[in-house]
Design a protein around this ligand. Structure first.
Ligand code: UD1
Length: 430
């Protein structure tokens, strides 16, 4: 067990480079199974979720090694399509393996995936999409057994633009016979990154970033002659948004490098509404915040390009210290307000009705002992600690490590007073 200990009241200042995106890296790692050539991934973040995904790939016969900042993978000797059960339960993104396993071996066996407990997070859209590609799916003793030997292209209309289902179907469809069209596809930037990786592997995928994605089954021979496939993971828009939010809450001046401002547009719009000055230039975002944040009338989480659900908790924390009353509606996941109870312990004031939170900003939060319940909620509590009086201890910091390459170090490099403690004693964290 690890905790982050934050002493509030210090403004942030300095420059920080944004790491590669977790949510782009995970499906791309799964897609390396589709490559017969070695793959070199640049800017793959060092995260717990990535380490778990690499262990799963290892169990399937994929060799990989970090060579300083480059992750090199070789899937030529992959020889298994049964996912290791323990690891799959720990990582929701293990479900991304279904598509590439089906494309590579014609078969896949996995368990229902785990991950952060935010809502029920079913996988019906993944399974429905694969079924439409001709995959036969049975459930036996908690295992999902898929036979994709007769996969053929299909027109698939998603009931909801699920990020994971879009990616899974894309990865399976690259080996389905004929053309697949995904309608109402998710439009997240991470899907464009997956498309650009699949194209480097020689697959005919187009339309990512729009609601219609087309996949032509089979590889294009000319691209197959490449000796090594190199790919740089796009910058993490949620890490960028979290650091902007940190500056808005602690005050100060921070510059982000290696950011894609367009990917953070909805977050920047809300932070401007809160009174922050934000300028962008190329891959840099500069934020200045010298006063208490103003209220934000309404934040509604939506699929991209709407406001990201993965930034809801951090903005919730910001609204707790805003001057005025703010409202947040969580439309994407039904159970994503667990950080609220912890923020209450720090002196926040809000009411909740179903998916809507109305937050009355207080002038100061009070440092106390709180516990991360999920990844982004844990990050939000850490940011709250920056703006609180005294010391805030955020327990269960391992959850934060799932999506940030040491959030404590990132904030400390900007002048925050924060340290990490590995706890020895057993404590009930429920
Ligand atoms: C991805 C992101 C996650 C982000 C989420 C929404 C990764 C690794 N994770 O998760 O950080 O919070 O997008 O932007 O990229 N749903 C179903 N049935 C399904 C699939 C999803 O009902 O088969 C529902 C979910 O319960 C949820 C909504 O659709 O309510 C959105 O989920 P989805 O877009 O699939 O999110 P993930 O891919 O799991």
């Amino acid at each position: 067990m690890a905790s982050l200990i934050v002493t509030g009241g210090r403004p942030l200042s300095g420059t920080i480079r944004v790491s590669g995106a977790k949510n782009a890296a995970l499906p791309i790692l799964a897609a390396t199974l589709l490559s017969k050539e070695p793959v070199a991934l640049y800017d793959c973040p060092h995260l717990r979720d990535v380490a778990n995904m690499l262990s799963i790939l290892n169990a399937l016969g994929v060799h990989w090694a970090w060579e300083e900042a480059v992750l090199r993978l070789d899937a030529s000797s992959a020889n298994a399509y049964v996912m290791p059960q323990g690891l799959s339960k720990e990582l929701r993104s293990s479900i991304f393996m279904l598509g590439p396993l089906l494309a590579r071996f014609g078969h896949a066996v996995c368990t229902f995936p785990g991950g952060c407990e935010i809502g029920h997070r079913p996988i019906d859209l993944h399974l429905k999409g694969l079924t439409m590609l001709g995959v036969e799916i049975r459930e036996e003793h908690g295992l999902i057994l898929c036979d994709g030997c007769a996969m053929r292209g299909a027109e698939i209309h998603l009931d909801y633009p699920s990020v994971g289902a879009t990616e899974n179907i894309m990865m399976a469809a690259v080996q389905a016979k004929g053309e697949t069209v995904i309608q109402n596809a998710a439009r997240e930037p991470e899907i464009e990154d997956l498309q650009s990786f699949l194209r480097k592997l020689g697959y005919g995928v187009s339309g990512a970033g729009s609601s219609t994605i087309r996949i032509v089954g089979g590889r294009v021979p000319s691209v197959m002659e490449e000796e090594c496939v190199s790919h740089r993971i796009i910058p993490d828009r949620i890490v960028a948004g979290t650091m902007l939010c940190a500056a808005a809450m602690a005050g100060g001046e921070v510059t982000l490098q290696n950011a894609v401002p367009a990917h953070v547009a909805s977050v920047m719009a809300k932070l401007r509404e809160a009174g922050c000055a934000i300028q962008t230039e190329g891959d840099r975002i500069h934020i200045t915040a010298h006063a208490r944040p103003r209220e934000i009338k309404l934040i509604e989480t939506l699929p991209y390009p709407g406001f990201p659900t993965d930034m809801q908790a951090q903005m919730f924390a910001l609204c707790t210290i805003a001057d005025g009353t703010s409202m947040i509606v969580e439309n994407v996941f039904e159970n994503r307000f667990k950080h609220g109870a912890e923020l209450l312990r720090m002196g926040a004031s809000f009411t909740q009705k179903d998916r809507t939170i109305v937050i009355r900003g207080v002038e100061r939060l009070m440092g106390t002992r709180v516990a991360a319940r999920d990844l982004r909620g844990g990050a939000a509590l850490t940011l709250a600690g920056l703006a609180a009086d005294g010391e805030t201890v955020v327990e269960n910091a391992e959850l934060i490590d799932r999506g940030y390459d040491r959030l404590d170090r990132m904030l400390a490099s900007l002048g925050a007073q924060i340290r990490r403690e590995e706890e020895k004693e057993e404590r009930n964290t429920q």
